[in-house]
Write a protein of this length. Structure first.
Lengths: 308, 406, 414
């Protein structure tokens, strides 16, 4: 397969493939980080995670429309503002959902799966009613389009770079929050020993709510970023959930490092296999690979040793 | 195995009065009332809903009693359905009716994909006996493999649910991608005859309906048997306090594997009946979304009640058909709301509602009817009503302790 | 004598009256016999109305695509009714939702044919939905008007296919790109299911017949969203043409990522030729991400003929001025008109008579120009190549001189 190319061409191909892998990795990290926080904290999988992402995407769409109609001069910066708005909106909705629904179900994680699935159906139909069943197109500002020519043969897509930086930034921010802030300490205390944390005066309910809202907010930002690379429609959230859940479960609960490691391995496996064989087969093999490893090590890659 | 047989004194204890009445009422509705009330088109639809009930009953055992939530029952439904579809498709692809194909004698979708001879794993499906065996054995084997891999390592709860979801996704992608062998996203359509007997006539549909009801009752009896046996009590104990059961010396994983396989077999039988009644099989019944819908049928009916599961399947599907005819937009709102309501407001489903509110009145009515003593009607001899299910303060997934005998 | 029986009328008048009455009775008898002839199989036809069915997905993932078809069919029905209806009867439609679920399509089609006894059904979009309902239409002898361009390999007496089949769409497109653009190497890409796979098989055979080369062929699952790897592979192989049959949500991801990877389609190195992106899909993709690509379809909203200008104006008047109209939407619009023409030619709503009358039916008022029904129930039509603009519309750069004959079972391509 590689016989007819010069070594410099091969080098650039591998470099670009590496970049593609990194972009996929960043996408997975963004998708999964929000969910991992919630899963680690409360042991619930939010099946409506995809719909929170799409909420962020729709907010971006609305922002882009508002800017292009009323503030065309500032169009180039709308994207940053859109992401902030997406974070706030998704976070607010997350807090509301947690207060109304999730907090009653903490002792029944399996039921939370079902309840959040119902929520996802409701959100999908809401999007369909408000925005129409068709996908909506989000216009990107110019500075995000095109690619950056590193060398003659290596090109880095700018939005891919943006996604990578965003993933890095958010991971760092979350890590800082978890390990350097007061709230982070409280979260880790509740994860390790909820009754005791409550006994020493931590308001576990409030911590839960903020965590859930944060997780959903990150999902909103991810969805906002994905308008650059994917579609925005009522059912687009469904495209991401299987991958996201697997990344989170594979990584193990309550470990940011686990999520990142799992996102890395799954994304590299998938993009490498995609290069050598057809897309469907590589998807199936990646999923099988993850499932098999989970069968051998069901608690995921990294877990916290806790007393139960 | 011996645990299944260590039930109290024989058949009579298998069906205490309450359960017996429940079974009889259900039988009455399915065998007498519905066939008389509905035309064959709607009755065929009811037959289709009943095939989902198979899955729901299996889930009652797995999830309600065993605490194992499987979000991938579509996989087993699909295994049974595709096995039956392969047999019927081969029969419909005899060289005579396929003579316009470039390779007559093989299914049409293989021809479109330029496959020139039948793949080896299709060959055994020429035999009806093998097909029936496959419907029972394939899901058992797959269920066993998954069960051993998961339960021996004490994977449960959310992890298990997500993994079953991934399996459903994998199987869907495989089926759609390998369209030469499976018909792909179109599924296997145009199934016509079973051993020469046309399955599309109205007569055939009546026969399949009653066959479906019969098989459903067989499954219900098996489920009831398991419930009433010592295994049933162990399942409940495992669901609520697994470690204690383990400390008592039982190998918990074996029981989980067993009940998971039973659920798988039920689902596969449902899938096969689906293929027979609807006349085709497609990967849209295998994936994540239908698998989760099957869970909601179980939840609505009451995850602890096997008869409730049947009602749940029927009611939700009736609602779906009528809503989608009149208010297609509202249907998704309604279904989403149903998921949430069932989980939050009435976690024991319709059966729970019935037990809390209706059952005492029904019991009072029947006792009055049957009591010969005309004197003592001031003190109604009603049995104490079921403990109302207490969901907010429980620290386990479902009401613990005494499971109300339904 | 009659005259003595309280008759106020003179004899001639009485006789005239009798003649009139007789004539009236005779014409009523003939009329009802004719009315009976118009509908001998118990379809839902009265003296003033006739019922038809519309069966598309209003909810679910396919609703994105099928909304346009529903709108087109309703527009056609409204226009036909304004002209007096079919055989003097107004069309009433019963709309059912397939919900993007093939078993539901099967169930609803049975309801329409058996319970509602509609005289025709305009519906379906994906091949899977059509395959699911086909046995029912054949068993209960209904007639389905199916609007989507598809892979062919089917020819049912109970379906009229108003969209192009694969050879019509593909062969002309490949011929054009090799003759006009001198393309020599092709990279075939598609979503993983029957339509792209079958289409690419036909494409490959034709490319190899022309002595040219296929340098890659890839399929990705429906709903896949990460195409960077295949874009890298494409860059590696440097084909002249990317032949893309990506479907659904994957479309949006693919074209956005293609652009982000630095492939400018307006430079035509490589050139992108697709058969799966209509104006509807560009709404989701974004005109600026699609500009420069070529599409092979039989209809584009920007076709300059008079029929189309009127059609687009009527469509926008009914459904909103920002609406776009793709190939499938136009094909769906043809359905009711073709049915009306067949019924009026047959003088009856009976499916067998409509079927016998359909081959040869011509429509000169079609927005795409002119179509004719072929005995194999497909349509003779021209194929056009469109060049995507930034505003989401296509410039029509090529049109086949002749109508292309539909050939759903092409010899040598199977």
């Amino acid at each position: 397969m590689f016989a007819e190319y010069s070594s410099s061409e091969l080098l650039s191909i591998f470099a670009m493939q590496g970049v593609a892998g990194l972009i996929l990795f960043s996408v997975f990290v963004l998708m999964a980080l929000g969910l991992a926080i919630i899963f680690g904290q409360m042991g619930v999988i939010n099946m409506a995670h995809g719909e929170f992402m799409i909420l962020g995407a729709y907010v971006t769409y609305l922002t882009s429309n508002v800017f292009s109609t009323y503030l065309p001069d500032f169009f180039s910066i709308y994207f940053i503002l859109a992401m902030i708005l997406a974070f706030i909106t998704a976070g607010a909705l997350g807090a509301l959902v947690e207060w109304a629904m999730i907090r009653h179900l903490y002792h029944r994680p399996l039921d939370t799966l079902l309840a959040t699935w119902g929520l996802s159906l409701i959100l999908q139909q809401t999007y369909r009613t408000v925005f129409g069943p068709r996908e909506v197109g989000v216009t990107l500002p110019d500075w995000l389009m095109g690619s950056y020519q590193l060398t003659e043969t290596i090109e880095l897509p700018i939005n891919g770079l943006f996604v990578m930086c965003l993933a890095l930034g958010i991971s760092l921010a979350v890590a800082l929050l978890m390990y350097r802030s007061r709230w982070g300490t409280q979260v880790r205390a509740v994860v390790q020993n909820r009754p005791m944390a409550g006994a020493v005066g931590i308001n576990t309910g409030k911590v839960d709510r903020i965590t859930f809202a944060l997780g959903c907010g990150i999902a909103g930002v991810a969805g906002s970023a994905f308008t650059m690379i994917g579609s925005t429609g009522p059912t687009s959230g469904q495209l991401y959930i299987v991958d996201t859940f697997l990344v989170v479960v594979f990584g193990g609960a309550s470990s940011l490092l686990g999520t990142i490691a799992s996102a890395f391995s799954i994304s590299q496996a998938q993009s490498t296999m995609e290069f050598f064989m057809s897309g469907s087969m590589s998807k199936v093999l990646t999923l099988l690979f993850v499932v098999l490893i989970l069968m051998l090590r069901p608690q995921g890659l990294f877990t916290l040793k806790v007393r139960r | 195995m011996s645990l299944l047989l260590k039930s109290k004194a024989g058949i009579a204890s298998l069906l205490p009065k309450k359960d017996l009445y429940g079974f009889l009422v259900l039988a009455l509705i399915l065998v007498v009332v519905l066939p008389l009330l509905l035309d064959i088109f709607r009755l065929n639809l009811v037959g289709k809903y009943l095939t989902y009930a198979f899955v729901a009953v299996g889930l009652v055992l797995c999830w309600g009693y065993g605490g194992i939530l499987s979000l991938g029952q579509g996989v087993f439904f699909g295994l049974g359905g595709y096995a039956m579809a392969m047999f019927l498709k081969l029969e419909a692809s005899d060289p005579e009716s396929t003579k316009i194909q470039s390779t007559p004698g093989i299914p049409d979708f293989m021809d479109w994909n330029q496959i020139t001879e039948l793949p080896f794993f299709w060959e055994p499906f020429y035999s009806f006996g093998f097909t029936l065996l496959a419907i029972i054995l394939l899901p058992t084997i797959l269920g066993y493999i998954i069960g051993v891999a998961m339960f021996k390592r004490r994977v449960g709860g959310v992890y298990f649910a997500i993994i079953t979801q991934a399996l459903a996704a994998i199987l869907t992608i495989l089926i759609i991608g390998q369209q030469g062998y499976t018909g792909g996203v179109n599924g296997m359509t145009d199934l016509r005859t079973l051993h020469g007997w046309d399955i599309r006539t109205d007569n055939a549909k009546y026969i399949f309906y009653f066959l479906c009801v019969f098989l459903l009752f067989v499954c219900l009896f098996i489920a009831q048997f398991i419930r009433k046996s010592k295994l049933g009590r162990l399942l409940v104990a495992m669901r609520d306090k697994e470690d204690r059961v383990r400390f008592s010396g039982y190998d918990v994983s074996n029981f989980k594997i067993f009940v998971f396989c039973i659920g798988a077999i039920f689902a596969a039988i449902g899938g096969a009946m689906f293929t027979l009644q609807v006349g085709f099989m497609s990967p849209t019944l295998v994936g994540i979304v239908p698998s989760i819908e099957m869970v909601i049928f179980c939840a609505v009916g009451g995850r602890l009640s096997i008869i409730g599961a049947v009602y749940g399947a029927l009611l939700v599907n009736f609602a779906k058909t009528s809503f989608s005819e009149s208010f297609p937009e509202l249907w998704l709102f309604a279904m989403g709301g149903l998921f949430i309501a069932v989980v939050m407001a009435f976690p024991n489903g319709l059966a729970g509602l019935y037990n809390t509110y209706a059952a005492p009145k029904v019991d009072a009515f029947f006792s009055k009817l049957f009591s010969k003593a005309a004197v003592n009607n001031s003190s109604p001899p009603t049995p104490p009503p079921a403990k109302p299910t207490n969901t907010k303060t429980e620290s386990v997934s479902l009401p613990q302790g005494v499971v109300h005998e339904q | 004598m009659n005259m003595t029986m309280h008759s106020r009328w003179p004899a001639n008048t009485a006789r005239t009256w009798k003649k009139c009455l007789l004539a009236l009775a005779a014409s009523l008898a003939i009329g009802s016999a004719q009315a009976a002839e118009v509908n001998t199989t118990g379809l839902a036809v009265t003296d003033t109305t006739v019922k038809v069915g519309i069966l598309h997905s209003v909810t679910g993932t396919m609703s994105i695509s099928e909304t346009g078809s529903v709108q087109a069919e309703k527009l056609a029905i409204e226009q036909i009714n304004a002209m007096g209806g079919v055989l003097g009867r107004k069309i009433e439609f019963i709309q059912e939702d397939g919900a993007s679920d093939w078993p539901t399509f099967a169930e609803k089609s049975k309801k329409l044919l058996v319970n509602d006894k509609v005289a025709a059904v305009f519906g379906c979009w994906t091949s899977a939905s059509r395959k699911a309902v086909l046995p029912i239409f054949e068993q209960y002898n209904g007639m389905l008007y199916y609007p989507t361009f598809y892979e062919g390999l089917e020819q049912s007496p109970n379906v009229i296919y108003t969209g192009q089949e694969a050879t019509q769409q593909i062969i002309a497109g490949i011929d054009w790109v090799t003759k006009t653009k001198g393309a020599k190497s092709f990279y075939l890409l598609g979503s993983d299911y029957i339509w792209p796979r079958t289409s690419n098989k036909i494409a490959r055979k034709h490319i190899e017949k022309l002595g040219l080369s296929v340098v890659g062929e890839e399929y990705y699952p429906l709903g896949h969203t990460q195409f960077n790897s295949v874009i890298n592979k494409i860059k590696l192989k440097k084909p002249d043409v990317i032949y893309a049959i990506v479907v659904g949500g994957s479309n949006v991801a693919f074209y956005k990522q293609l652009k982000a990877a630095g492939i400018d389609m307006t430079k035509e190195k490589p050139l992108v030729l697709t058969i799966s992106v209509t104006e509807d899909e560009i709404l989701g993709i974004g005109g600026e991400n699609m500009v420069g690509a070529y599409a092979a379809m039989k209809y584009f909203q920007s076709l300059p003929n008079e029929n189309n200008k009127k059609f687009v104006a009527d469509f926008k008047a009914m459904w909103g001025k920002d609406i776009v109209i793709g190939d499938v939407t136009q094909a769906a619009y043809l359905g009711p008109w073709l049915w009306k023409a067949a019924v009026e030619k047959a003088g009856s709503f009976d499916i067998d008579k409509v079927r016998a009358a359909s081959p040869g039916i011509e429509l000169t008022t079609a927005p795409e120009g002119y179509v004719k029904v072929h005995p194999n129930h497909h349509l003779w039509s021209k194929t056009r190549i469109g060049h995507a603009r930034t505003d989401g519309q296509y410039d029509v750069v090529f049109e086949t001189k002749e109508l292309i004959e539909p050939d759903p079972f092409p010899k040598g391509y199977q």
